[in-house]
Ligand binder design. Structure first.
Ligand SMILES: *[C@@H]1O[C@H](CO)[C@@H](O)[C@H](O)[C@H]1NC(C)=O
Ligand SMILES: *[C@@H]1O[C@H](CO)[C@@H](O)[C@H](O)[C@H]1NC(C)=O
Ligand SMILES: *[C@@H]1O[C@H](CO)[C@@H](O)[C@H](O)[C@H]1NC(C)=O
Length: 519
């Protein structure tokens, strides 16, 4: 087999150009609370997720916590080995605020935390892997939650101070930064849905207050980087947005779909990327009108002052998009009962969002497979906000099995990468990178360990948290190395593998020979 593959590779590399453009980068991602564990050692203090899962065991499907998770605090060398095995250009991980600054404030730096991230970053660099660092992936210091968390306007300063401190430590070595991961998850999923830590229900009020503070916090961090660090240490920094593809349920529903897109995506992009700045005008008007109609004296969506709009507008160096799934959208009928995002949507909009029954469901209740949606979203960004570089910072597939032969996950990544290529070549959208979520199975928030997104399987029953590559890791590693959508790779988990390789190889050899004859 090895011989056949090597032979094939030589022929193939002569016969066909690479699918992925020169300069296109591949990566793989994790987040601190989902993998690190070591929640109460080496000076780390509690974040809102520690407090949430400890005080409400029913918040996770299997009543689990991230106390140990993948134990990456101890096993990070193995993590880097895996990243290197995949051959990717970058590793996206996040910093645990309370591991570095247990007080939340930066008056006290935890040396063990500093050493941990320093080792991680330096070792990645030594192995030729670029660190892509997220400052905030949902784990606010509990001490700040006790003071109101993301609904207290002071959070803007708390976050800005933390960002400056992290840049001071690592901006000499880290050159791509994400300020905040998926604001929808820390505003809507907390205050509207109530499922994410700290699980405070305040729909239509708390989520909107949070949104304004998140936008300002991001903007302050970006400006600090821009003014104090960029000239010394080159680098780029952006917020990271969760996109679902919101598709009209019928031709009459394009307006409803665009409104849903504006409420769930546009509120986090318009203030930053649009020429005018501020909230998407239609959304601002709808929420204001409804608030006044309901007897409020002002909009539940807090307005920006002109100075705030100016502070936020233009605070980007690229566009970071996470994409997993899509929804159909239609106007609500009188008898409709409103549910919660992401299955049914906002009462403020009077729209209903729901998955297309034609889309294949994963084992996660929210994740339906809709690869075309990623292309639609990339086009939407390109059309609305110009052709700055777009990095897909997350894309992945969940199941509930330990299976190593994860055919569905391979198909998922292949299907989405294919749409990314169409977006680049057919639509001229400037997509410059792709990140698979996730490097390995990990603590999947409310799903605990019941949902697995890993290219590597993790055995959570073993104290060693053994990691084993799945077929998807082998597929993705081959994509990265051969820069092809359909690379040759050996899947040892496939039962009839020898015959498959021969058939696959023969077919491709034939195509290659035809190609050669014409070049
Ligand atoms: C840390 O938490 C674990 C539970 O995850 C507990 O068993 C252990 O006693 C705690 N250690 C300290 C030092 O508090
Ligand atoms: C409502 O707002 C108006 C104008 O903004 C103001 O004049 C009025 O006093 C407010 N009413 C209350 C009850 O706060
Ligand atoms: C895509 O973005 C990169 C990085 O910002 C830039 O260098 C490049 O010129 C852009 N490409 C196009 C076609 O605009």
């Amino acid at each position: 087999n090895t011989f056949v593959i090597s032979f094939y590779r030589i022929i193939f590399s002569v016969g066909k150009a690479q699918d992925f453009p020169a300069g296109f980068k591949f990566g793989v991602a994790t987040a601190a609370y989902q993998v690190e564990g070591a929640w109460n050692i080496s000076g780390r203090a509690s974040s809102i997720w520690d407090e949430f899962v400890h005080s409400r065991p029913q918040a996770t499907a299997d009543h689990s916590t991230g106390d140990v998770a993948c134990d990456s605090f101890h096993l990070w060398r193995r993590d880097i080995d895996m990243v290197a095995e995949l051959g990717v250009d970058f590793y996206r991980f996040s910093i645990s605020w309370t591991r570095l600054y247990p007080n939340g404030f930066t008056n006290y730096l935890n040396e063990d935390g500093k050493r941990y991230y320093e080792d991680l970053i330096d070792t990645l660099l030594n192995r030729g892997i670029e660190p892509l660092v997220t400052l905030y992936h949902w784990d606010l210091p509990q001490k700040f939650q006790d003071l109101g968390g993301w609904t207290n306007p002071l959070v803007v300063e708390w976050f800005a101070e933390y960002a400056r401190a992290v840049f001071t430590l690592f901006a000499d070595r880290v050159h791509t930064w994400i300020t905040i991961n998926e604001p929808i998850a820390l505003c809507d999923m907390v205050y509207h849905v109530g499922s994410h830590a700290p699980g405070i229900l305040s729909p239509g009020v708390g989520n909107y207050i949070c949104m304004k503070n998140v936008m300002l916090a991001h903007a302050k961090a970006w400006r600090i980087f821009d003014e104090e660090f960029r000239s010394k240490h080159y680098g780029r920094i952006a917020i990271c947005n969760m996109h679902l593809a919101y598709e009209p349920a019928s031709d009459e529903e394009t307006e409803a779909a665009e409104l849903a897109r504006q409420l769930f995506v546009g509120v986090y992009t318009h203030p930053i990327y649009s020429a005018a700045g501020g909230w998407p005008p239609k959304i601002e008007k709808i929420i204001s009108d409804r608030s006044l109609k309901d007897g409020y004296n002002y909009s539940r969506l807090p307005a920006f002052t002109t100075a705030e709009k100016d502070l936020i507008r233009g605070t980007y160096d690229f566009y970071a998009m996470n994409y997993y799934t899509g929804r159909l959208v239609r106007k609500a009928k009188i008898a409709d009962k409103y549910g919660i995002w992401p299955l049914e949507a906002s009462t403020d909009l009077e729209v209903i969002v729901y998955p297309d029954p034609k889309w294949k469901m994963s084992d996660s209740y929210w994740l339906y497979v809709y690869p075309e949606g990623i292309r639609h979203q990339l086009n939407w960004i390109g059309k609305n906000y110009g052709n700055q570089a777009i990095i897909i910072t997350e894309n992945g597939y969940s199941d509930s099995k330990m299976d190593l032969n994860d055919k569905e996950r391979v198909q998922y990544h292949r299907g989405h990468l294919k749409q990314v290529l169409l977006s680049i070549y057919e639509d001229d959208v400037n997509v410059t990178g792709y990140t698979a979520w996730s490097l390995m199975d990990n603590f999947e928030w409310n799903s605990g360990y019941t949902q697995r997104f890993g290219l590597y399987a993790v055995d959570f029953t073993s104290p060693l948290r053994t990691r084993t590559p799945r077929a998807s890791a082998l597929y993705y590693g081959a994509v990265v190395r051969q820069r092809l959508l359909d690379p040759v790779y050996d899947n040892p988990y496939q039962t009839s593998r020898a015959s498959n390789i021969v058939i696959h190889t023969s077919v491709n050899l034939f195509i290659t020979l035809i190609n050669l004859m014409y070049c």
